[in-house]
Design a protein around this ligand. Structure first.
Ligand code: DC
Length: 227
């Protein structure tokens, strides 16, 4: 595998359509680094909430970003990379609905995006990377060799996210999850800076009616054709 050409794989799409599942499968198969760009926006949101940052105030945003250090560290035990915010592992905390409720608003801030995108581009310099998010194939790596745009029916996505959140918090309701997904999709695709868009040269993967194994097969075939 190592003699093969290393490429950049980008996976963009709507919330909860299985981007990270596919990204992790591909990273494992091809021995690539997996980067969850959404985790960066979530960790920044956690910092802003904890420190009561008024994110409508550009000066406060600037100062806050200067105090944020993000890092992905590989956990040998879970075999996943986890995000650290100023040396604290926040991988679990950032999955909370409280963060999901604010993250799209914060991810729409120009300064926040500049801050995150710069680090993401740095991570892709050596290639051999799979990154998922909303603007990875359009803004972060517009020259990526393989761009995947994922989508799935709304009802399927709500059900998936509900199951995931319910395991952590049995008080969560399907209505809450549905509203949150709709709100995030709307903000993510309508914001002024780097809105969620399908790159012109992206390959579309609709996984409403296919299994995880099937979607993995399709995407791995695409990778193999390129490496
Ligand atoms: O993929 P996710 O649900 O963890 O992402 C959380 C939020 O971060 C999502 O609502 C939009 C934002 N995001 C973004 O704007 N750009 C990215 N590249 C990744 C995520």
């Amino acid at each position: 595998m190592s003699s093969r050409k290393k490429i950049i794989i980008t996976i963009d799409g709507w919330s909860s359509c299985g981007k990270s599942t596919l990204a992790k499968q591909l990273a494992k198969e091809f021995n690539y680094v997996y980067i969850d760009s959404g985790a960066m926006y979530r960790a920044i949101t956690l910092y802003f909430l904890r420190n009561h940052i008024d994110w409508t105030d550009t000066a406060q945003v600037h100062e806050a970003l200067e105090n944020i250090q993000l890092e992905f560290r590989y956990n040998e035990h879970s075999r996943q990379s986890e995000i650290f915010l100023n040396d604290e592992n926040v991988e679990y905390l950032i999955r909370d609905l409280v963060i999901a409720e604010k993250v799209s608003e914060i991810a729409a801030i120009r300064e926040v995006r500049t801050f995150a995108v710069k680090q993401q581009q740095e991570m892709g310099k050596k290639k051999g990377i799979v990154m998922d998010g909303r603007d990875i194939g359009t803004v972060v790596f517009p020259k990526a060799e393989l761009k995947i745009f994922m989508t799935a029916d709304n009802a399927v996505r709500v059900e998936r996210r509900f199951k995931e959140l319910f395991e952590k918090n049995p008080n969560v309701t399907i209505e809450e999850v549905k509203n949150n997904l709709e709100m995030r999709d709307y903000i993510d695709s309508h914001r002024e800076v780097s809105p969620l868009r399908q790159a012109k040269d992206a390959r579309v993967l609709d996984n409403s009616n296919i299994t995880m194994e099937e979607q993995f097969k399709i995407a791995s075939k695409w990778v193999k054709e390129l490496i």
